[in-house]
Design a protein around this ligand. Structure first.
Ligand code: HSE
Length: 412
């Protein structure tokens, strides 16, 4: 029998307890021994719960209980989760977490403590909710040199963009609907600004390429400025706009890593990932291309991934897994402005011909994209592939034009 504790009895934590109780016998068989929930940490009381006697609001009770060998952290955020997880590891307890902020910001340090102490620190649920991606990337694709990972990593923004694309619903209305249905958080700013997707691509890139990538190193843009006009122009170009997190290994050993709305060709497998679903594409030298697809959030899908990690930790209680990545480094992630990119730029300008000529003088021939009933003073161009700073330079040098939007085109 292995004793565990669950810290945080919110949506995911209560889902973990539910799955552990409901599938107790099956889980015991898989783990090789029964798993007992000894303590649940939450500041709230749950007097009606059949596990009411296990609740505590005192972290020290878990920390000082030497019978507890594995701790599940589903509190979320950094404070107090980071301190609690660090102290659990230092005191000899393995940890499972669903907390993407914790792993993206502190994963390297926590993995190093786990290694030093002969423990496990696992976080399958931190990316893609219930979609298996961390373990497949680490184990099933272990024989590959991974060259690139790109994905739709945030369900809320994918729902909003899907509504804009399919139903012509304006951004604000689509976001309000996502909140009404319960997809978006009450404060959805981390979703909308791309920070949530940024944390997830950091975790995937760290695991795939072996060094910690910090969110602060990754250029991140959200979908807050995407308009229905952008959607229409993307469609006229034969594409759809998706919020993409992308990381690719460069020849010089550094990493290109970015989160931004991008135009994907309608034929791309990721273009077919709609609503709250996530899709993650991995390119490897032996596998070619593989895509993982499913529900990236939600109580039970996420709990399913957390409990799978608990089972894995029970199986590896005396033989820690060789898992994780090394420390990060300044300059490891390249400056995105130096990376070659093609982009759709939309401008408001009096003389569209003169502005196009000026831009093409700087960048070379561009493709003009037109939509029906567009105002005469609107110009949409797709630039050739060139370092991004050159596109910015060309736009700065143009007179008499206002930039409405710049959306990168992705070859995914
Ligand atoms: N807010 C996240 C999303 C939840 O919308 O994808 C899962 O991390």
């Amino acid at each position: 029998m292995v004793q565990i504790a669950v810290m945080g009895y919110g949506v995911v934590g209560s889902g973990v307890v539910e799955v552990l109780q409901k599938n107790k016998d099956k889980i015991a068989k898989k783990a090789g021994q029964p798993i007992e929930i000894r303590r649940i940490l939450d500041i709230r009381k749950f007097p009606g719960s059949p596990l009411a006697d296990r609740f505590t609001d005192n972290f020290e009770e878990i920390l000082n209980d030497t019978e507890i060998k594995i701790v599940v952290e589903t509190i979320g955020g950094l404070d107090p989760a980071y301190d609690y997880v660090r102290r659990c590891l230092l005191s000899g307890k393995s940890v499972v977490t669903s907390n993407k902020e914790l792993v993206a910001e502190k994963g390297g340090e926590l993995l190093a403590i786990a290694r030093e102490k002969g423990l496990n620190f696992l976080f399958e649920a931190s990316v893609g909710g219930g979609i298996p991606i961390i373990r497949p990337l680490d184990q099933c694709l272990a024989a590959n040199q991974v060259s690139e990972i790109a994905g739709i990593l945030n369900g809320t923004t994918n729902f909003v963009l899907t509504k804009m694309i399919r139903d012509g619903m304006p951004f604000e209305k689509a976001l309000a609907l996502a909140q009404e249905i319960g997809y978006a958080e009450r404060d959805p700013s981390d979703d909308i600004t791309g920070l949530d997707a940024c944390r997830k691509i950091c975790i995937l890139a760290s695991l795939a390429f072996g060094r910690h990538v910090y969110p602060g190193q990754v250029h991140t843009e959200g979908i807050q400025n995407i308009t229905l006009d952008d959607v229409r122009y993307a469609s006229a170009f034969g594409g759809v706009i998706k919020l993409i997190g992308r990381a690719a290994k460069r020849g010089d050993g550094r990493l290109d890593c970015m989160v931004a709305p991008m135009i994907l060709p309608a034929s791309s497998r990721l273009a077919e990932v709609n609503d709250v679903f996530n899709g993650i594409m991995v390119r490897g030298d032996a596998i070619g291309e593989v895509v993982f697809y499913g529900q990236g959030a939600g109580k039970l899908p996420t709990a399913s991934a957390v409990v799978a990690d608990v089972i894995d930790e029970v199986k590896h209680i005396n033989s820690p897994k060789l898992f994780g990545w090394g420390p990060g480094e300044d300059g490891y992630v390249s400056d995105h402005l130096q990376n070659p990119v093609s982009a759709m730029i939309r401008l408001k300008c009096g003389d569209t011909k003169a502005v196009r000529d000026e831009i093409e003088a700087g960048l070379g021939g561009c493709e003009r994209v037109k939509v029906s009933n567009a105002p005469a003073d609107e110009l949409a161009l797709v630039t050739p592939k060139t370092e991004e700073f050159r596109i910015n330079q060309a736009l700065k040098s143009v007179s008499g034009a206002k930039l409405l939007s710049l959306i990168r085109i992705a070859d995914l």
